[in-house]
Ligand binder design. Structure first.
Ligand code: DPP
Ligand code: ZN
Length: 855
């Protein structure tokens, strides 16, 4: 497949200010007509090239006339020679939504019809200028069988509707805001709405509707509350108001992404809309509010100002993730939110940045842009915006965002435009900061602190390196904003106020004066820069910080570092001293000043994958053994404390306050440690929690603990869970994923068995990820030395690639980590990648991921 390069960007040859689309809908065969007002953009004589993907023209009219010699097919595209500077081009095609297994373009889900266009799905519905820098005003007419599809929705405002012969009806929608094709949406469905209202700060009345199957209406309250809170938050924090009279959200079960921000008609994966206490965990509730907010915030950062080309994807995604992170932090516990975001960044993005698929947040090239909806573009992109916020301060940052929206409203912009707006509004020179957009790889900072007691001085030396990544062997130093403080070991007090140090060279030294006692270094507080810190802090220093640092993130981080040092030490030497971790955990667990949610976060041991990331060669079995040994020792040494925590978090009423959520979290973590201790009543306590729970968080917590155990209670829980929830697809996903995450030695057998289960299907992305994605995220199981895990993944990828290449390709990266493993495993992983590569007819999505992963 051809490689598309950022440097080759050329402005469009033709523009398309107004378009009219007509959809005569039927699940088996829909007729789609596009009438495009095209205008020549600049002085040139190039033809009009309309993108298509699998389309056959039934009709091509130029200014109302069939001119057969004026057009031709060139591969998937329709090329038309046009004499003048403005013409009307009309085309018609037939498509089959129910045969569309890619879930891109117009497809059927649960008997309803819906569309997904980002990034290049529009061209699967009608010949079009399907690129984000071509903005058009849309008028959309559709007709469908009224009994089957009573609800007909598109972007903008409803401008007409009525009944037709043969039981059909029609609707027309007009969107006054010019938009690129990827923001188009259409829905024809039999759904009911939860309707509410929001009044914007300037008095605009907005009708809000969340469309779901009628029986799911009681599960939409949380999403609706999140939508209203997001609308209010964006007015307050960014001064941004909603701009239309309607805001519709439609939930569907089959969806490649989490959700899609189509103008005024969001389409959501139902897992990010539906929530009630019986079926959704607290994490699911947070997922709903976070994604609802994310898609709402796109109305400005994405829709009103969109992207010039797909290399600029982080312009809307990084910024919008940053915005949704801040929203969530403001709604609940900011400390816990930051910890969760960093955990995700390290698990997904740091790994990506260290492997064969590493790319800058603004990539330089791609074969298939769908492969670039990555943790780097999204989550590292958000960290880059966060660093701007940290370095500029909130006021200048807000001045920058105001200028950005004012300057670029109604246009397609670039990452450079964003940085220039920040620069112009703040007066801060961001020349070197631009490296964050062009260099891949996670910077490392070595921090060395020395103390001279006689002079009362401490000297901190910071050195940065940015590792090589594919195509980028040499790196320049980047500006790294590091929040730093020193604490007195004896007094347990912070010396002076925290400093913000921007390390922008390879090395710098920072002098602290008036340091009379031995200082302990607290660095990268709040995770102010997305980097790895190497420091030689002792176990005692880390334990000290975990008890006394006044930055909650730094406190968490010190505990994590202490655990990681202990575990990597145990793997390297076969010897472990668990004493310091046990003492530090006891201190935190019994600290009456800490809230349960923070305690819970801090007690979580680093994942096996994260421990592996710290090692030159990952040894999955040794890591697992070391981590389980620490879990057992923590469980045994603190059994009384865990049982106390378990009792004191016995919630009596379900509510979603941060306190109640924290209590539930800590309770299941305590249960895990009680079971890890080997206490004979562990499985019984877990099964009791499983059955008595009045909410999914407690039930799932117990279910997860039991799924890892060899006790007979485990089978009882698996059977009971299935019986209770077999008709609820979203909960059944948990049933599959919990078993695939199990550390039991028979997990691979079980996963293979589950792939034959009548409720397993490759057609539904959530279900696919719940089994295949979960198994390949289970380091111990996936990396079974026999290579069975690798073979299972490759078998599945081959099957899915024919159905849904976009979703298949996203499951490739675990195989690409072969360089990090021993020769035996690496050989087996490469063999599966090679097997994929050798398969004829591989999609370009898969080809790109697999060929890059082989290196
Ligand atoms: N633009 C979507 C989102 O991230 C993904 N298609 O919200
Ligand atoms: Zn987004």
């Amino acid at each position: 497949p051809p490689v598309i390069r950022r440097e080759d960007y050329r402005k469009p040859d033709w523009l398309m200010p107004d378009v009219f689309l007509d959809f005569a809908l039927d699940p088996a065969r829909a007729l789609v007509t596009g009438r495009l007002d095209v205008t020549r953009n600049g002085a040139h004589n190039r033809p009009l090239r309309l993108h298509g993907d699998g389309l056959v023209p039934l009709k091509v009219l130029i200014d109302g006339e069939a001119q057969a010699d004026a057009w031709r097919m060139d591969g998937p595209d329709l090329v038309i020679d046009l004499p003048g500077d403005a013409h009307v081009v009309e085309t018609q095609v037939a498509i089959s939504p129910e045969a569309n297994s890619q879930l891109m373009g117009l497809y059927a889900s649960g008997g309803n019809l819906c569309s997904q266009c980002e990034p290049e799905g529009f061209r699967r519905m009608v010949f079009f200028l399907d690129r984000p820098d071509v903005l058009s005003r849309y008028r959309v007419r559709m007709d469908a069988d009224k009994a089957r599809f009573p609800v007909l929705l598109s972007n903008g405002d409803l401008t007409g509707s009525g009944d037709l012969e043969h039981g059909r009806h029609w609707a027309e929608w007009t969107d006054p805001f010019p938009k690129p094709s990827y923001l188009f949406a259409l829905v024809a469905a039999n759904l009911s709405a939860n309707v509410d209202h929001f009044t914007t700060k300037s008095g605009r009345e907005v009708k809000l509707a969340i469309w779901v199957v009628e029986s799911d209406l009681p599960k939409t309250g949380h999403a609706m509350a999140a939508l209203k809170a997001s609308m209010a938050w964006d007015e307050k924090v960014y001064g941004l108001e909603y701009d239309l009279g309607e805001y519709n959200i439609v939930a569907v079960h089959d969806f490649n992404f989490g959700a899609m921000e189509n103008k005024s008609l969001n389409i959501f994966n139902s897992r990010y809309i539906l929530a009630d206490p019986d079926t959704a965990t607290d994490i699911d509730y947070d997922g709903v509010s976070g994604v609802v907010a994310h898609e709402y915030f796109h109305n400005w950062s994405g829709n009103r100002v969109t992207c010039r080309d797909w290399f600029q994807l982080s312009l809307k995604e990084g910024f919008t993730v940053f915005r949704d992170q801040c929203f969530t932090a403001d709604q609940g516990s900011a400390a816990v939110k930051r910890i969760e975001d960093v955990r995700l960044l390290r698990a997904a993005q740091f790994q990506e940045d260290a492997g064969p698929l590493a790319h800058p947040i603004r990539p330089e090239s791609y074969m298939e842009v769908s492969n670039f909806y990555t943790a780097t573009v999204y989550n590292k992109g958000a960290e880059v915006v966060r660093m701007l916020h940290t370095m500029l301060g909130p006021q200048k940052f807000r001045a920058g965002s105001d200028l950005y929206f004012a300057r670029h409203d109604g246009t397609a912009a670039t990452c450079e435009d964003f940085v220039v707006a920040m620069e112009d509004a703040s007066g801060v020179d961001l020349s070197q900061f631009r490296l964050w957009y062009s260099q891949a790889g996670t910077p490392r900072v070595r921090a060395t602190l020395s103390h001279e007691p006689a002079g009362g001085r401490a000297l901190l030396t910071l050195e940065q390196t940015v590792p090589p990544t594919p195509g980028q062997p040499e790196k320049k130093p980047m500006p790294l904003p590091l929040r730093i403080a020193l604490f007195g070991e004896r007094s347990q007090r912070k010396f002076e106020e925290e400093r913000l140090v921007v390390l922008d060279g390879e090395r710098c030294e920072i002098l602290f004066e008036g340091i009379a006692e031995r200082p302990v270094l607290s660095i990268n507080r709040g995770f102010s820069a997305p980097v790895v810190i190497d420091s030689d802090r002792s176990a005692a220093d880390l334990a000290f910080l975990s008890a006394h640092d006044d930055d909650p993130f730094a406190r968490y981080e010190a505990m994590q570092q202490l655990m990681v040092d202990t575990l990597t030490g145990a793997v390297a030497t076969g010897q472990a001293d668990h004493g310091p971790v046990i003492d530090a955990v006891r201190n935190t667990l019994t600290d009456p000043k800490l809230d349960a949610s923070f305690i819970g976060e801090t007690m979580l041991l680093p994942s096996e994958a994260f421990i592996g990331d710290q090692m030159a060669v990952v040894d999955p079995v040794a890591i697992h053994k070391a981590r389980e040994a620490l879990r057992r020792d923590l469980g045994q040494a603190l059994e009384g404390e865990w049982r106390d925590a378990y009792e004191r978090t016995r919630a009596n009423r379900f509510e979603l306050s941060p306190q109640a959520k924290g209590a539930r979290r800590l309770r299941s973590i305590a249960l895990g440690f009680i079971m890890a201790s080997g206490a004979s009543d562990g499985p019984e306590i877990a099964l009791r929690q499983f059955h008595d729970a009045d909410n999914m968080t407690d039930r799932q917590g117990a279910f997860g603990a039991l799924a890892n155990s060899m006790a007979p209670e485990r089978d009882a829980a698996i059977a009971a869970f299935y019986e209770r929830f077999r008709d609820n697809g979203l909960v059944l996903d948990k049933w599959f994923s919990t078993q695939a995450f199990s550390i039991r030695p028979d997990t691979l057998d079980r996963v293979e068995e589950l792939s034959q289960h009548p409720d397993f299907t490759l057609a539904n992305p959530n279900r696919l990820r719940s089994l295949v994605g979960a198994m390949s995220g289970n380091q111990l199981i996936f990396h079974d030395a026999s290579g069975r895990g690798y073979r299972f993944l490759a078998d599945m990828l081959l099957k899915v690639d024919g159905l849904n290449p976009q979703t298949a390709a996203k499951l490739v990266p675990p195989l690409g980590r072969w360089r990090r493993f021993d020769e035996g495993r690496a050989g087996l992983m490469k063999a599966q990648l090679q097997r994929l590569l050798d398969t004829p007819g591989l999609s370009k999505d898969m080809f790109e991921q697999v060929s890059k992963s082989l290196g």
